[in-house]
Design a protein around this ligand. Sequence first.
Ligand code: SF4
Length: 378
Amino acid sequence: MQHVESLYIHWPFCTSKCYYCDFVALEQHADFQDAYHETLLQEIIAYGASLGVKPSIKTIFIGGGTPSLYPPEKLHELFALLHKTFDLTQTSEITLEANPADVTEDRADAWESAGINRISCGVQVLDDAVLQRLNRRQRSIDVFNAAKILPKYFSNVSMDLIIGMPGVTDATWLKTIETLCAWPIQHLSIYFLTVHEKTPLYFKVQRGDLVLPDEDALLNLYEATVAYVASKGFMQYEISNFAQPGFASQHNIGYWQRRPYKGFGIGAASFDGAQRTVNDKNLTRYLDNGKTGSFIPLELETLTPQQITMERLMLSLRQASGMPLHDMLECVGEKQKNSLIASLRDLELIGLLRIENDHVRLTLRGMILENEVVLRLI
Ligand code: SF4
């Protein structure tokens, strides 16, 4: 077991639920916020009591849900406890996810004074009709407002987008990208829309009420987007992540490098280098844990050697830095080495990866098709 290096804290409350959401997010539960906050503190205290020494933490991420709705005075209480429990003197990155509609001067000031130094702002697309159809709370004007306020308080601002939402024209998408790239922000995350089963979006697509874009057209648009943001200094360092030099998310890189982390709150995952655990997603049961002071994760997964191999490949290849060829060859047995090399050559020939200087890197198409690439390699 390795020392935990990063913390994830989950704030699950949302004012309304976006139709595409499959996160652990609760609408109409605002009455439970205080109890949840108290339980989070207890979970951290219980974990702290199990530690011999205060681990030195490199990064913290407060995700949700909508953590920009975390009452600022409670957020300060949370950080006071984190300082007591962990050594935060070397913590370089503390991120809070924010809905643009919640960004005000007062809140930004409170976040900064709590110790947060990076904001991840959920923009999705600058098209109010599309946002409304997907039950997303903010409007474009909120994003413009957030873009004015956040750089005054934070020198590390990420804006998060979703490509492929139904009803977004190429012109609107490219205008969104152009607008964001002109702002003093340091990071962009651009995710493909995923239609998760049993979400309202899924049923709307099934009924034909909403129509998804054509896949080939979407891939072309993604390639044009990557080229445009690169021309503005945002270099791709992972399938969905782009940063100005020096602003790649250290927290996320920790996940991709399989560094140990600890998660607090409902549905939060933890990893100690060998085992992954996931907290209960049920709010009532989580609050009950607070009463007994016993926080036993619901799921515990010990990875088999094959799963570790698969995970290492997936997590390495999704990054622009790729994977050293000799590391990849170590992932397979002696007998499979030749067939792995043959698969690599085939994938290189069809333009899905490049092998340069003993290093395997996926091309942009290869990254988009990463699952298929990894399946062909193993
Ligand atoms: S704001 Fe985020 S977590 Fe909340 S419903 Fe929308 S997508 Fe889900």
